[in-house]
Design a protein around this ligand. Structure first.
Ligand SMILES: [Fe+2]
Ligand SMILES: [Fe+2]
Length: 217
């Protein structure tokens, strides 16, 4: 078997390969007004997703028996709750109506599925959400920050200074779980399959998200 770190690196590359040109939520070539609309929609998605992440971590904690992983999750729960409050506060500041926080069906389905995965092995759960999901979130936030820099610099700064550093830490929890728990070829295969499953589902949500923003344009 290759060393654990090499396995994690290879899986990181596989995931990055899957995601090349697949984050369709934002369109870098859109004119500034359209870009701003997409960013606002993405913030509303963020309010919803951050709050569901709190619920998700809370649901998973009792089903993570490994103390060295379980002990990292309450800190992540705190972070996601803070992100929810920050994004919601920013939208209120921008004059968004509270009904903008209603569930978005594609994301509701994704989080319902993730919550239902709570009894799956820790390795698979963390490969899905913290490793594959949060790593892709970091990429998505990097893109969002770059595209918001000229049209909404305050929001870009909020993501860059208050949210992104935490999300990198959450992705690192996923890597730690893989290094600690994926110690047989069969477990590594299960972790790889869990990443594929997650990536496919998130990509489905991205496409539905984009179709909705295009409809609303
Ligand atoms: Fe978050
Ligand atoms: Fe996170």
């Amino acid at each position: 078997m290759i060393p654990a770190r090499d396995f994690v690196r290879a899986l990181t590359e596989d995931n990055a390969r899957f995601w090349r040109d697949r984050d369709v939520r934002l369109d870098p070539s859109a004119d500034p007004a359209r870009r701003l609309e997409q960013i606002r929609y993405r913030m509303r998605q963020g309010v919803y997703n951050e709050l569901r992440s709190v619920e998700l971590i809370a649901a998973w904690i009792p089903h993570v028996p490994e103390p060295e992983i379980r002990d990292l999750l309450p800190g992540q729960l705190d972070d996601e709750h803070r992100h929810y409050r920050l994004l919601r506060g920013r939208l209120l500041e921008l004059g968004e109506a509270p009904d903008a926080y209603r569930p978005l069906p594609e994301w509701e389905a994704l989080f319902d599925w993730l919550v239902a995965c709570r009894t799956r092995p820790t390795l698979e759960k963390l490969a899905m959400f913290q490793f594959a999901g949060e790593t892709q979130s970091c990429e998505g936030f990097e893109t969002l920050i770059a595209l918001a820099a000229d049209v909404d610099p305050d929001t870009a700064a909020l993501y860059r200074t208050e949210i992104l550093p935490d999300e990198y830490r959450h992705a690192a929890i996923g890597r730690r779980a893989l290094i600690l728990l994926a110690d047989t070829p069969a477990l590594r295969q299960a972790a790889r399959a869990a990443c594929v499953e997650m990536n496919e589902r998130v990509f489905g949500a991205y496409r539905a998200h984009r179709a909705r923003t295009d409809r609303n344009a």
